[in-house]
Design a protein around this ligand. Structure first.
Ligand code: S3P
Length: 440
């Protein structure tokens, strides 16, 4: 590492086999929501399987700053002493959401109807991300919110007495849907949100687990304002999006099979299973009998497979939105061509994931073409070694770590500190599974 460069990097040696049984950390989306709904509930909410990654810790710290007492008893075990719907109090300083887009957008919905003002800020990446998609519907409910050219800092002038709206989402976004539903919880009347395509429904499932009545009608969900939440126990499953890296690793190099334990398989999250299935992957699900508070769970068994390129059906894009970085690694190894369109949302994630993946694949000798809304890849020729810029994006860093299994030389992945936002312990767990990865 150069003296001027204090960032952390990974070096991934070529080849290797993955095997054994592993459990990836808890689900990020569900951990954020468990903290937030636990805070708004009456009574104590015990969360087990909590993801103690930086993103969820940002949510935890923000709720503490808003006057919620939260005991972080063990890394994966949290006790939230709910303050009830009216119980939050204003924070003394801006609330720092770090790298967490979900935290910032859901907090907008949660804080808009409060009696106090709030300011939301984040790290360099988050300060570049679009927030008007949430501010606009909230303003239609009567909220007073200012962004800077559509981006953070977000100034929220608390406005009790929001009015319900009927909102048709312009993009399939669980974050926007969730923010409107959270604001709807405090609005007068019935708020209805209609999605253009299904996006993850963890907020809906968890609101129901906290005793809130929702009405789901086809692509719409509605909520009557003024309902109270009652505390409950939440068991967070392992994160499908973190397991995804090992599903692809298994397809590449699990000669004897790899088992991923206790993974959340909510159908609004598992588009990758269908995509890999279409590519010819040998992946077997072993569902657990009872779902945890409405979230289905399975052990996932993966075997080394010969993959073939596919044209990704556009309706599967929102259902696999966070998995595209590692899906592109699978596509680069698959025989033939793979095409993804309708995935322009990838350009406004923690990085521009289409550009970051196209650049990284080119560095590793994979022929590809970057499109406005997707990526075309010619696969089947393996990876050369090379240096990858992660753009500070956790999922880009982890996706290229998996590529090492099928590389002809070492891959150096730069600027990987943000892996801890979603996957603390990634390095250790990857090594345990068989990846030849080390910190550099
Ligand atoms: C998330 C929703 C998705 C996803 C993000 C987590 C959530 O974002 O990409 O990682 O927890 O609601 P969008 O709502 O912007 O699609």
């Amino acid at each position: 590492m150069m003296a001027s460069d204090k960032r952390m990097h990974y070096r991934v040696g070529p080849g290797g086999e993955v095997s054994g049984e592993i459990t990836v950390p808890g689900d990020k989306s569900i951990s954020h929501r468990a903290l937030m709904l636990g805070a708004l509930a009456e009574g104590d909410t015990e969360i087990s399987g909590f993801l103690a990654g930086e993103d969820c810790l940002s949510t935890l710290r923000a709720l503490s700053a808003l006057g919620v007492r939260i005991e972080h008893l063990q890394p994966q075990h949290v006790l939230v002493h709910g303050v009830g719907a009216q119980g939050l109090s204003g924070a003394a300083s801006p609330l720092d959401m770090g790298n967490a887009g979900t935290a910032m957008r859901l907090f907008m919905g949660l804080l808009a109807p409060q009696r106090f003002d709030s300011v939301l800020i984040g790290d360099e990446s988050l300060m570049r991300r679009p927030m008007e998609r949430v501010a606009e519907p909230l303003r239609a409910m009567g909220a007073r919110i200012e962004t800077r050219d559509g981006r953070p800092p977000v100034h929220i002038h608390g406005t009790p007495g929001l009015k319900a709206i009927e909102y048709r989402l312009p993009v399939a976004s669980a974050q926007v849907k969730s923010a409107v539903l959270l604001a709807g919880l405090r609005a007068s009347g019935r708020t209805r949100v209609t999605e253009p395509a299904p996006a993850r429904d963890h907020t809906e499932r968890m609101l129901e687990a906290f005793g809130v009545t929702l009405v789901r009608e086809g692509p719409s969900v509605s909520i009557e304002g003024g309902q109270r939440l009652s505390a409950t126990a939440v068991r967070v499953p392992a994160d499908f999006s973190s397991a995804a890296f090992f599903m692809v690793a298994g397809c590449l190099a699990a000669e004897r099979g790899l088992l991923l334990r206790n993974v959340g398989i909510n159908p609004t999250r598992t588009g990758l299973l269908r995509l890999l299935g279409q590519m010819g992957a040998d992946i077997r699900l072993h569902p657990h009998g009872a779902s945890q508070r409405g979230e289905p769970i399975a052990d996932i068994e993966v075997h080394q497979s010969r993959l073939r390129g596919i044209e990704v059906p556009e309706e599967l894009v929102p259902l696999s939105i966070d998995e595209f970085p590692v899906f592109f690694i699978a596509a680069a190894l698959a025989e033939g061509e793979t095409l993804v369109r309708g995935a322009q949302e990838l350009r406004v994630k923690e990085s521009d994931r289409l550009a970051a993946m196209a650049q990284g694949l080119t560095r590793l000798g994979v022929e590809n073409r970057l499109l406005e809304d997707g990526l075309w890849i010619r696969g089947g020729r393996g990876f050369s070694g090379g240096i990858i810029e992660s753009q500070g994006d956790h999922r880009i860093a982890m996706a290229f770590s998996v590529a090492g299994l099928a590389a002809r030389g070492s891959i150096e992945i730069r600027d990987v500190a943000n892996v801890t936002t979603s996957f603390p312990g990634f390095l250790e767990l990857s090594r345990a599974a068989g990846l030849r990865i080390e910190a550099a």
